[in-house]
Design a protein around this ligand. Structure first.
Ligand SMILES: [Zn+2]
Length: 282
């Protein structure tokens, strides 16, 4: 008992003082379970018959005319302040399992009842770059890297060039982001800017991914740079390496609780039960 308390104390107090690139904020299994308990959604009046129904919303078209789709969970009640949470994947079309992870997530959201604290609008984009995804290519069909196409002080002044970026910027105009979680592959790390440490740390502790402050090469015009300049907190999650479809359930299992907490600000009771076996059986 005493030992796990000291671990929690060390985590809460000492960790922000000693964080550095590549640090692994691993928790013991006991401390991990306590963190999940602490982050559990508390609802006074759960309606176990009502299920969340994400709305399919087309926010634009790709360069090849493919629909750009977001799944939107509306707030259960009108919140005083609008909180729009973005989870997005496959900005790079060859990062196959980022898409699968968010598709599993959207499916699992549908199984949740009102046993959650949904005061946010959750916007999930499983395939940001449908043209690239179709060709298993990092770039869109006009050879634009969609994660280098944002207007930022270190980028190209003619950005954005791609309709995918224009559409996403219009979506952000309509629903100003509170936080953005952008899934990539393959580095298995939670990348963050120093001001977003708390968000990143919770994601890392729930997923057991290490924290890091850069991929090791410059990324001018990236969504991360753009968001930081707009003071929008953004976490770039590099998922585990494998692009094989068979590995998708395992990669989802690594990050699912972290995704729930990122989206809803707490972990719904239903989400605590793993669905790994269901996805493996498919
Ligand atoms: Zn990427």
């Amino acid at each position: 008992m005493f030992r796990s308390c000291s671990i929690i104390l060390l985590t809460l107090v000492a960790f922000p003082l000693c964080v550095s690139a590549g640090e692994k904020p691993y928790l013991s299994s006991g401390a991990h379970a306590k963190l999940i308990d602490r982050l559990s959604c508390q609802v006074d009046d759960p309606d176990t018959r009502a299920h969340i129904k994400p709305r399919k919303y087309q926010y634009g078209k790709s360069a090849k005319g493919k629909p750009l789709i977001a799944y939107i969970v509306e707030p259960a009640r009108e919140a005083a302040r609008q909180e729009n949470l973005y989870l997005m994947a496959a900005q790079h079309g060859d990062e196959r399992n980022t898409r699968k992870v968010l598709e599993y997530f959207v499916r699992e959201i549908r199984t949740l009842s009102a046993d959650y604290r949904n005061e946010r609008r959750v916007i999930v984009i499983p395939v940001y770059n449908p043209d690239g995804y179709r060709r298993n290519n990092r770039l869109n069909s006009a050879a634009v890297d969609l994660n280098r196409d944002f207007p930022s002080s270190d980028g190209d002044e003619t950005n954005p060039k791609a309709p995918e970026t224009e559409a996403f910027m219009a979506l952000m105009e309509k629903y100003p982001p509170k936080h953005i979680y952008n899934l990539h592959q393959p580095f298995r790390v939670v990348l963050y800017y120093p001001e977003d440490l708390e968000l990143a740390k919770t994601f890392a502790q729930l997923s057991d991914y290490p924290l890091g402050q850069g991929v090791g090469y410059p990324t001018p015009g990236s969504l991360g740079t753009y968001a930081r300049e707009k003071k929008i907190p953004i976490i770039t999650v590099e998922l585990s390496r494998s692009m094989r479809a068979a590995m998708a359930p395992f990669i989802y299992e690594e990050v699912r609780l972290a995704l729930f907490n990122a989206a809803f600000g707490c972990i719904p009771q239903h989400a605590k039960k793993s669905r790994l076996e269901t996805y493996l059986a498919e």
